[in-house]
Design a protein around this ligand. Structure first.
Ligand SMILES: NC(=O)c1ccc[n+]([C@@H]2O[C@H](COP(=O)([O-])OP(=O)(O)OC[C@H]3O[C@@H](n4cnc5c(N)ncnc54)[C@H](OP(=O)(O)O)[C@@H]3O)[C@@H](O)[C@H]2O)c1
Length: 345
């Protein structure tokens, strides 16, 4: 009989209640793939979209979890060079050909971007499958929970701020949704790049924690109109770059907060995808609106090495057992998380 494993799985789209922890067969690696014994897998907002049914190519029943760290347990044909037992973190982006490495953005001539845990079965399980080419070895003693918390959010923030946004020393950057997974990574990257960081979050406890992370000026979106505050705090100049995924609800304020010649880098639409754009603001201030998604293999390795070096710290709010996967969905959906939740089997 096939070996069985525990997995957080859903068979229909819906709210957190569709997530169940069940016994399923242990997967077998295919050509150029490995099987990992999962040590940790972190939650991303992506897992909420996938569970709600936003992408249409999710294999069902589905195991979420794009961010995986663990040890190689078996190798498929063509992946025999990967040593058994090696501890790794997985780059969540599939179809690497989607990226050029010149930093200009996706190569649309190539195949379309796919993600582990969205277009394939992910890491919320005892075992998971990943392409051998996506593995990055962990330094000895590096915590799997930190590695799994870092991958997707740091590569997204790195590409968005540095490659696409071209953030430079001395510039002013505004980071919205500052308590989120990507944003807690972005604050650290922006500070390391020598920028002055303005951040928007919710509630006094988050304001304090975002300041502790290194943000220079922090606004509570529940108390103030941050675009007005940014305007005043920059002597009516605005910021050079806004890094936003909150989307629709605050899109006009993000545009207003920009200085002449400013760049708005958008990487998500948490509150909706139809922001109203005041075109006069865009052309009069000569703004640039840039999209970004995930990152190339080179960007993943660059930023993860900085995480391994201790230059950046993944912000882990809590490590939960896999059995509490449904609660993890509920908590991330409620906005009750600072940084990341990590599940361990
Ligand atoms: N394009 C890509 O490659 C890519 C990669 C990663 C993520 N994303 C997208 O980016 C977004 C953030 O991802 P994540 O994993 O970092 O999410 P997350 O950890 O759930 O953080 C989202 C943050 O958004 C803020 N927020 C939520 N609801 C809000 C509301 N009604 N009004 C204002 N702010 C609100 C909250 O921050 P505060 O309470 O601090 O304001 C929250 O912490 C998601 O939409 C995700 O799908 C895209």
């Amino acid at each position: 009989m096939a070996r069985r494993m525990r997995a957080a799985i859903f068979s229909e789209y819906g709210g957190p209640e569709v997530v169940d922890v069940r016994d399923v067969p242990v997967p077998e690696p295919g050509p150029d793939e490995v099987r990992l014994k999962v040590e940790a897998s972190s939650m991303n907002h992506l897992d909420l979209w996938v569970r709600r049914g936003l992408p249409i190519e999710t294999p069902m029943p589905h195991i979420g979890g794009a961010d995986i760290a663990g040890s190689v347990d078996a190798v498929g044909p063509g992946a025999e060079d990967v040593p058994l037992g090696v501890r790794v973190v997985v780059d969540p982006s599939l179809s690497y050909g989607w990226y050029d490495e010149d930093g200009r953005g996706p190569s649309f001539a190539n195949e379309k971007l796919r993600l582990i845990g969205e277009h394939t079965q992910g890491g919320f399980a005892e075992y998971a499958i990943a392409p051998a080419s996506n593995l990055l070895e962990l330094p000895a003693g590096f915590e799997a929970t930190d590695a799994a918390a870092a991958g997707l959010v740091f590569v997204t923030a790195w590409r968005g701020l540095i490659t696409r946004g071209g953030l430079r020393t001395g510039e002013r950057v505004l980071i919205t949704g500052a308590s989120g997974g990507v944003s807690t990574a972005a604050i650290q990257i922006a500070k390391a790049a020598g920028a002055k960081v303005y951040a928007v979050t919710s509630g006094p406890a988050n304001v304090e924690r975002v300041s502790e992370l290194g943000a220079d000026v922090v606004y509570d979106r529940k108390r103030v109109d941050f675009s007005r505050e940014v305007w005043m705090d920059t002597s009516k100049r605005g910021v050079d770059l806004v890094f936003d995924a909150v989307g629709e609800l605050i899109w006009p304020q993000c545009l207003k907060a920009l200085a002449v010649g400013g760049r708005l880098v958008t990487y998500g639409a948490t509150t909706g995808a139809r922001g109203t754009t005041e075109l006069r603001v865009v052309f009069w201030k000569q703004l640039s609106i840039l999209g970004t998604t995930m990152g190339s293999p080179g960007e993943f390795r660059t930023v993860m090495r900085m995480v391994f070096d201790g230059r950046f710290t993944p912000i882990v709010q809590e490590v939960l057992p896999l059995a509490e996967a449904r609660r993890a969905h509920e908590r991330l959906e409620a906005g009750d998380v600072f940084g990341k939740l990590v599940l361990v089997p």
